[in-house]
Design a protein around this ligand. Sequence first.
Ligand code: AMP
Ligand code: GLY
Length: 431
Amino acid sequence: MNILLIGNGGREHALAWKMQQSPLCTTLYVMPGNAGTAEIAQNVDIALNNFAGIAHFVLDKAIALVIVGPEEPLVKGLRDFFHQSEALKDIPFVGPARLGAQLEGSKDFSKSFMQKYRIPTASSRTFTLKTLHEGLQYVEKHTLPIVLKADGLAAGKGVIISQDVAHAKQTLREMLENKKFGEASDKVVIEQYLEGIELSVFVLTDGKTYRTLPTAKDYKRIGEGDTGLNTGGMGAVSPVPFADHAFMQKVTQRIIEPTIAGLKKEGIDYIGFLFIGLMNVHGEPYVIEYNVRMGDPETEAVIPRLKTDLVKLLHHAGTQTLHEIEIEEIPEFATTIVLVSGGYPEAFEKGFSIEGAGEVSDAIVFHAGTTQNIAGRTLTNGGRVMAITALGNTLAEALAKANAGAEKIQFEKKYYRRDIGKDLGEDRGLK
Ligand code: AMP
Ligand code: GLY
């Protein structure tokens, strides 16, 4: 079948890499893609907000499966657009409709959903400009640290953790009065701080049933030892050693099942990935956030651990027959190290030539922010440039291979964290 994958990050390169291995895949198109997807699929230069252009392309190329990588087209209603068209509505489409995408698009919506379905999460309240005064009082009575979140999409910058009442009040004012994050901070969720270790759980649902993918841990801070600014993610490890059977049973019973049941009960059209960001607080799971997509760079660690044919799996999701397929995992560790442009997540330069990817033999090189110039040279084109994934029987073996790969690739001002996975124990979690 012909497949359209939407997106241009390391996540999409990993999804494309796995889908290309399927005998069911005829032609794979990636829109817009990057220099890595160009090597294994056909990149398509159509803007993600050009829904009419996407529709035309899908019909023209007889696309039989659409997969949406990033959240933005979903929050903007790409699935709804497909559903409203006679010609497109029956094409299997993996990605929720606009209302379901609100689980990521609005923190207020997702908190209300969790409260309604009694899904464990930090206690919270939502305030607007009208209720600013109550918000300020709420901050005063709250324990510290306190977490302030812009309701809408804010490119990963909308969460502020404050240790100080005056600073938190000031931040609340900036968000509501001065529109610090534009419309995204028209509402602000104020919540309790959860102390623990984070992990990511991924679920694929067809709206009726669900399948759980391998767990992963992301490394969000730019600096070693989890210091410095937040990024999109600097590395990942899968599986997560502390997410053992007992912990995952709690996640399934208290979080995944009530979430899927709640979506059904609300009549929300949800076919797609659901990424549950969790905090493990002394062995008890709490939801930090939902995302309506796979994580990046977690995908680059999770997908290479699937034995299951990804096209078959996604087609079953898209045709609401997920009950007919199980997910099989490769029982090895996967570790991913992200190479970034020096300066990221603040200002950085682009356009540097990337060398050495061909010399990496024991790891998979996924492209993220890369492009090809007319001469066919691969150049840096974003903050996160490449994600290097390696598998191993032990965490140490996977890390050694991923680090060796990260070392071989060269571009000006390359930076990466050398401590990915070092905080995790060795063997637990695989049995
Ligand atoms: P979010 O955009 O909701 O994923 O938040 C970004 C990051 O802020 C998360 O990955 C956590 O590291 C942190 N965070 C968010 N909410 C909380 C919370 N209630 N307690 C502790 N840390 C949090
Ligand atoms: N790595 C976190 C995310 O994709 O949001």
